[in-house]
Design a binder for this molecule. Structure first.
Ligand code: NDP
Length: 273
């Protein structure tokens, strides 16, 4: 049977095996999907062994995404742009192809929630790997504005400069943010420490859409805060997780699984439905 897995550390909490098993059942594909949690300095060897022993593809998550970039034979254009790999496919001619499906997953989930990105005024919080992966797919939707704010401002400036050729993107310091945004995407990991990005409450209004790439069994700190400031449309990153997985599954199997039923099953599994 064709074998796939997700590499991460820690990765035991990962929902990827659950999601891909449902995709396989839905599309009648014969495959198994597992977990691998190598020590950080053993990742490269573990990855090579997996493919040498017949593995067909894998996902890569924290903290291996940047490292993987240098370990594959070839990069897809979107992985090259993102500077990180979250999906590897062993091609028929034996090449390890590195891809990045995070940004496509984010855009697909925003659309599934009815967010219209064309002409949208977007504020992106954070300038780490997830922001990097999101920028090209977001800019391809032709937003009217895309502003990046990050705790370390120089990193936001660097990203804005790097992606400037794809559309209007600029960096701004948190304390200088002003104007009206239609969508705020939180790609920071602040919620992981129970913290909030330092955003002025005045930026939140009743018509704004709030997206937190993080997810959990209850509101993330950022979503909870945004609700308190009057935001009505709030979304967490669970849909992005399922959509990026669907994109990876399509890369591997050449068949696109439906996502909404799987998302409902996942919510039921997490006890949030
Ligand atoms: P990185 O470590 O690469 O980047 C973290 C970012 O968060 C940096 O910009 C950092 O700023 C910022 N940050 C961290 N703590 C704070 C804080 N207290 N206040 C303000 N900013 C802060 O992480 P990733 O980009 O890989 O991931 C970010 C988040 O996105 C994670 O929560 C991850 O789980 C989530 N994610 C979700 C996915 C999904 O499918 N739903 C897919 C990928 C990621 P600085 O530069 O100053 O350090």
């Amino acid at each position: 049977m064709d074998r796939y897995l997700v590499f991460g550390h820690p990765v035991r909490h990962s929902k990827s095996p659950f999601i891909h098993t449902l995709f396989a059942r839905q599309t009648q594909q014969e495959l198994e999907y597992g977990l691998a949690e190598p020590a950080v300095d053993e990742f490269a060897d573990s990855l090579r062994s997996f493919f040498a022993e017949g593995g067909k593809g894998c996902n890569v998550t924290v903290p291996f995404k940047e490292q993987t970039f240098a370990l594959v034979d070839r990069l897809s254009p979107r992985a090259k742009r993102a500077g990180a790999v979250n999906t590897i496919k062993l091609t028929d001619d034996g090449v390890l192809l590195g891809d990045n499906t995070d940004g496509a997953g984010l855009v697909a989930d925003l659309k599934a929630h009815g967010v219209i990105l064309t002409g949208c005024r977007i504020l992106l919080l954070g300038a780490g790997g997830a922001a990097r992966g999101a920028l090209a797919p977001l800019l391809a939707e032709l937003p009217s504005e895309l502003v990046i704010a990050n705790r370390t401002h120089a990193k936001a400036e660097q990203l804005a400069a790097e992606f400037h050729d794809l559309g209007g993107v600029m960096a701004q310091r948190y304390e200088l943010l002003e104007g009206v945004f239609d969508l705020i995407i939180n790609s920071t990991s602040a919620s992981l420490q129970g913290e909030l990005p330092p955003l002025a409450p005045a930026l939140i209004h009743a018509d704004i859409a709030i997206y937190d790439m993080m997810y959990g069994t209850s509101d993330t700190p950022f979503i909870g805060w945004a609700r308190q400031q009057g935001a009505c449309q709030v979304m967490d990153g669970l849909g992005m997780l399922v959509e990026q997985a669907a994109e990876a599954f399509t890369v591997w199997r050449g068949i696109r699984p439906g996502t909404q039923q799987v998302l409902r099953e996942l919510k039921r599994n997490l006890g949030t439905l």
